[in-house]
Design a protein around this ligand. Structure first.
Ligand code: HAM
Length: 430
């Protein structure tokens, strides 16, 4: 019986999600591997937290009046009647884990996590995306902000990306932000009718968000708005100056942007965002972050400063593709074993090759020589290791190059692994 469209739809990946199959998944892995190597070289350790939390973690941590919590969070009541939410971002979860376990400070954590937001799906904006990120807790020093920004910048540059830029802002702190908000409200109140309906409604609860609104009416109404930069208290001003000095000294160019308020309520002082010039402007944010000195306390811990960022892996992959920055194919196999003498040699030889750190595969199902050679060729392996009755009798393996113009030769079975290892070293030296 033919399936209805609804049935067919129900058996596909949900709207806004996608499968990542090989070899694309290899590029995903390559990005994650490079990130891990970089941040672990700077003293960050992996943290893994659940993909769902009690809803309060996000409602309290991120705040209520923002798109992520207010409109996009997947919330549900579980079978025990508990209110849970699928993790929409990493920071609140990591901070919750810190407060729960209280590891010694400073605590430097990194993560690779799937995140879920009920967004309007479009190119490069998904309902499940992945972020690599870091969160560093326990240090108020502006030089840690510099380290965090340097790590994000170095990650992009070592991937080979060139066409990206950094915007930098400061959100002030509890000492200076209230006075600024009062100033802002006076300014906006006089222009209330010129704002978009959404921000007219938000004016009372979250007036700073209007600065980030992309709608022309909000842009026009906020053209001459007072800038928080110009109203920072002395400690925030000194902090911001030190961050700018530090990233400048490390050769990172940044544009100051007083509109960079970002989408979460937990930010204090530094905020930053990296954007790619190589991908569609509507979704060009590669990653962003900032300082959140009040978040640990909000989630029940002692006052503890924090700073971090999240980088969208899918966005990075799109930028890499646009800039031809990351190799598209995984490293090829070293060898493909073709066994037409019963299969024992294929079983034992592939095990020995793999234990020696070589990349090896084989055919199954006792297929013909021709069929196995076809598979060997398709596998991309450098050589086929052929074992037939003659090789079994002689205790040899026939090494047939598949990619290079070289003649095949018989190698004693016990020397095959060493021969391939030597060839790999030779290639690396060449
Ligand atoms: P965010 O700006 O919401 O920050 O996300 C960070 C990055 O994740 C974005 O710049 C973008 O590359 C990617 N991203 C976000 N949403 C989507 C989506 N729907 N589809 C594809 N990619 C997406 C945070 O999440 C903060 N927790 C970052 C942070 C860490 N701040 C301090 N520490």
């Amino acid at each position: 019986m033919a399936q209805s469209t609804d049935d067919q739809q129900a058996l596909r990946a949900p709207t806004g999600t996608h499968d990542i199959l090989w070899p694309d998944s290899w590029r995903f892995e390559a990005v994650a591997d490079r990130f891990r190597a970089l941040v672990e070289s700077a003293g960050y350790g992996l943290v893994q937290s659940p993909v769902f939390e009690y809803t309060a973690v996000f409602r309290k941590g991120i705040g209520e009046d923002n798109d992520v919590v207010g409109r996009e969070m997947y919330e549900f009541v579980d079978r025990d009647g508990k209110m849970l939410a699928l993790r929409p971002e990493g920071t609140a979860s990591v901070v919750r884990a810190y407060v729960q376990h209280r590891p010694p400070l400073p605590w430097k954590a990194w993560y690779l996590a799937p995140l879920l937001r009920h967004e309007r799906p479009q190119a490069a904006r998904y309902r499940q995306h992945h972020q690599v990120g870091i969160e560093a807790l326990g240090v108020a020093d502006a030089d840690l902000d510099v380290e965090v920004i340097w790590l994000a910048n170095t990650f992009f540059s070592t991937l080979g990306l060139r066409d990206y830029s950094l915007r930098l802002g400061s959100m002030g702190d509890a000492a200076c932000r209230p006075d600024y908000i009062a100033l802002l409200l006076t300014y906006l109140d006089a222009r209330r009718d010129e704002l978009c309906p959404d921000h007219q409604a938000r004016l009372a609860t979250n007036p700073m968000r209007v600065l980030d609104c992309k709608r022309p009416e909000c842009r026009a109404a906020t053209e001459g708005v007072p800038r928080l930069f110009d109203h920072l208290c002395k400690p925030c001003r000194a902090h911001f100056a030190r961050v700018q000095e530090g990233i400048g000294a490390l050769g990172i160019a940044a544009t100051l942007d007083h509109r960079l308020v970002r989408g979460f309520d937990y930010y204090t002082r530094t905020t930053f965002e990296f954007a790619s010039g190589a991908i569609d402007a509507a979704q060009n944010a590669l990653g962003g972050g900032g300082r959140y000195d009040g978040l640990v306390e909000i989630l029940g811990g002692d006052p503890t400063p924090g700073v971090g960022f999240g980088i969208g892996v899918e966005r990075v992959l799109i930028a890499c593709e646009a800039e031809s920055a990351l190799p598209t194919a995984p490293p090829a196999l070293d060898a493909f074993v073709v066994d037409v003498a019963g299969g024992d040699a294929a079983r034992d030889l592939t095990a020995a090759l793999r234990l020696a750190g070589l990349r090896a595969d084989r055919a199954f199902d006792a297929r013909s020589m021709k069929a196995q050679m076809k598979l060997a060729d398709r596998s991309g392996a450098a050589v086929a290791l052929i074992v037939g009755p003659k090789e079994i009798a002689q205790g040899t393996v026939l090494v047939r190059p598949l990619r290079a113009e070289a003649t095949q030769r018989a190698v004693a079975r016990e020397n095959v692994v060493a021969t391939l290892l030597a060839a790999r070293v030779g290639e690396a030296d060449a």
